[in-house]
Design a binder for this molecule. Structure first.
Ligand code: ATP
Ligand code: MG
Length: 654
């Protein structure tokens, strides 16, 4: 049951983009031999990276693998905040910008490494005064402001485990995560700016906590932002202003020695596939791989200004706004607000304002920019950019090319990085000075990562054939378990291939003749039409390939004859007419690109697609709609009204 004989490919492979000689000449890593060196002895290779960190006590063993549990840098002790801040003070980086902050209203702040050190020390003292000690959990519910990084680093300074909850989550979601992690303290802010409005985070925190709904919470720390402090409800004895607590806290807090395998953070996944899982990461291995991938994937130099648009509430924000950049002593930009506020050129204006040189964003954002049109970019000088990145979903080749031409002006390599909350750091990505890219392919594993595309039995699939992505050897930043539920950890990730001990990522993939990896989306989303596996990703890319289409989500709905019928939800670009004629054109377009079997049976136009708060398309809800079922868990949706509106529209169209 393969699709290679019945469909063409929208995923190309015909267009190859090698890095320019100028890029290669200055690249951090340009010798392809690194792939062989790392593969020959991954442990020795990772140990070299680990040695780039400051250790308080050395490790005695690089990796201990008792499937499915791994330990890295066993016996070693270190402190994450000391690695991300203190050690830079001994170098010329002391006076370098660590964090450049751009608030949505246009307020701006720069924290040098020295400034960051002072703030982290003070806030570590605050947490200590509140009785937080090593191993305790702290929930951080903050907007994209420097205090989010400061609170995270302060936790690491005293060995507390943080659980960052995205500031856009509801009271119910926050409560569920607080209770699952049994946090002692919540750190939040009174408010934050989003599209010119004030988001009242403290009110949401109150709604989560009130009535004793979170029995483990002893204290709430509130940072003052966006709201007059006298207008904020403070519960006596429970709630404290951040700045008041700092007045009585010690100015210095020594970093504690933390075991390499002690907990660093818990992070609940975005929930594209159901109930959020508490992904548990530990210290030494995580920091090693976050640092390594940050430096090589993004080819980072001391002069770079790196901007990752992800919120700190997602793993991308953990690894590439906070830990990777700061461990590397880089300068990172944090932006608080929306990409279309006050206008649709905000990102481009921000790149121009700060001279951003490396820009890392998500396909969902790129598709919005495509929909809005290029006039917003043309107003700005983007010549400071030298490298672009993508993460979060497979990137449609059309979106890749648009990014390449309009943002990168054809001279920035694009790194399409595949990884997961569970993997902690990049797993598949081009090294931009070595690997020629193909639009839509994440290319090859990062050096030191051993993975494969396999069939249902766990045997490698031949080139060109669809299969399942598995990771064959433990890697430093892998999740150690699911918080409080090791059985679920074993079941979800390790049970599929039994004795073979393969980590099952849940994604489908294909490897081409050149060994390039093409991610095909979540296995749960893959359709089975008249006996043929068809990737939702490929049909979506064929739709987006049409000039009228901005975005598409494709699902398989149960069909008495074919098993599944292909149902497409399509958003058109601004100025395009979404009518019956276009439906015919699009069905034909997909038929020509991929073969008649891939022609959508239904196409429904919609202004928005249902997405998680991290911007990923939630196909399982579209399946519920198309099959007339009650909707599954919708708590992680960005905008629940999109789904209810679509449900009505779909029912009317039948
Ligand atoms: P949940 O596991 O709760 O359903 P999630 O999988 O969306 O949520 P993340 O860990 O943030 O949570 O996302 C990882 C997933 O995102 C990957 O498994 C993959 O499906 C997708 N993904 C991330 N980056 C890429 C990429 N570059 N190419 C293709 N898919 C990607
Ligand atoms: Mg996942």
């Amino acid at each position: 049951m393969s699709n290679e004989s019945v469909m063409g490919s929208s995923l190309g492979g015909d267009r190859v983009f090698p890095p320019s000689p100028e890029f290669v000449a200055q690249a951090n890593v340009a010798d392809a031999a690194i792939y062989q060196t790392a593969a020959a002895d991954p442990e020795a290779y990772w140990a070299e990276w680990a040695k780039k960190l400051d250790w308080i006590e050395p490790w005695t063993e690089v990796c201990q693998w008792n499937p499915p549990h791994a330990k890295w840098f066993v016996g070693g002790k270190l402190n994450v905040s000391a690695n991300c801040v203190d050690r830079h003070l001994k170098t010329a980086r002391r006076n370098k910008a660590a964090i450049i902050f751009e608030g949505e209203p246009g307020d701006s702040r720069v924290l040098t490494y020295q400034d960051l050190w002072r703030e982290v020390n003070k806030f570590a003292g605050v947490l200590t005064n509140l009785g937080v000690t090593k191993g305790d959990r702290v929930t951080i519910y903050l907007p994209m402001i420097p205090e989010a990084a400061i609170a995270m680093l302060a936790c690491t300074r005293i060995g507390a485990i943080h659980s960052v909850v995205f500031g856009g989550f509801s009271a119910d979601s926050l409560r569920e995560r607080i209770n699952d992690s049994k946090s002692k303290v919540v750190v939040t802010s009174s408010g934050s700016w989003r599209r010119g409005n004030i988001v009242r985070l403290k009110d949401t925190t109150d709604a989560a906590l009130d009535g004793g709904a979170c029995p483990t919470i002893e204290n709430v720390v509130v940072l003052s932002r966006a709201i007059d402090p006298t207008m904020v409800r403070m519960v006596e004895g429970r709630d404290h202003w951040w700045h008041r607590l700092e007045e009585s806290a010690p100015r210095l807090t020594e970093p504690v020695a933390v075991d390499s395998e002690d907990g660093l953070f818990i992070l609940y996944t975005s929930g594209s596939t159901g109930k959020p899982k508490g992904i548990y990461h530990t210290t030494g291995g995580y920091l090693t791989q976050a640092n390594a991938t940050f430096q090589w994937t993004f080819d980072i130099k001391d002069t770079d200004i790196f901007w990752c648009t992800a919120d700190v509430g997602w793993v991308t924000g953990h690894s590439y706004v906070v830990y990777g950049p700061l461990a590397a002593g880089a300068t990172v930009l944090m932006y608080e607000g929306a990409p279309d506020w006050p206008a649709r050129d905000r990102f481009w204006a921000t790149i121009e304002k700060y001279g951003v040189s490396v820009f890392y964003t998500a396909p969902t954002a790129i598709r919005s920019f495509m929909k809005w049109g290029t006039e917003h970019l043309e107003k700005h000088d983007l010549s400071s950019l030298r490298l672009l990145g993508s993460v979060g979903e497979p990137i449609n080749p059309e979106a890749w090319l648009w990014y390449h031409e309009n943002v990168g002006h054809k001279n920035c390599p694009i790194v399409d990085t595949w990884w997961q909350t569970e993997t902690g750091a990049h797993m598949i990505t081009p090294l931009p000075g070595i690997v020629a890219t193909k639009p839509g392919s994440a290319t090859r594993p990062f050096p030191g990562i051993t993975l494969a595309v396999v069939d249902e039995e766990g045997n490698p699939t031949p080139a060109g054939k669809d299969g399942l992505l598995v990771i064959q050897k433990p890697w430093p930043s892998m999740l150690r378990t699911l918080w409080g539920d090791d059985e679920r950890y074993k079941n979800v990730y390790w049970s599929k291939f039994g004795e073979k001990n393969l980590y099952f990522a849940g994604d489908g993939a294909r490897q081409d003749e050149d060994g390039y990896l093409w991610l095909l989306g979540r296995v749960d989303d893959i359709m089975l039409v008249a006996g043929h596996n068809i990737s939702t990703m490929e049909v979506e890319s064929a739709l987006v390939d049409h000039h009228a289409v901005a975005e598409a989500a494709v699902i398989g709905r149960t069909d008495a004859i074919k098993g599944q019928a292909i149902c497409a939800f399509v958003t058109v670009k601004e100025g395009q007419t979404a009518d019956e004629a276009l439906i015919k054109v699009l069905k034909a377009h997909v038929g020509v690109k991929l073969g008649p079997i891939c022609r959508p049976d239904d196409i429904l136009f919609t202004a928005e697609l249902p997405k998680t708060r991290s911007g990923k398309i939630m196909r399982r809800l579209l399946r519920d709609i198309a099959e007339g079922r009650a909707l599954g868990d919708t708590t992680t949706l960005a905008d629940p009204s999109v789904v209810s509106g679509l449900k009505d529209k779909y029912e009317q169209s039948e």
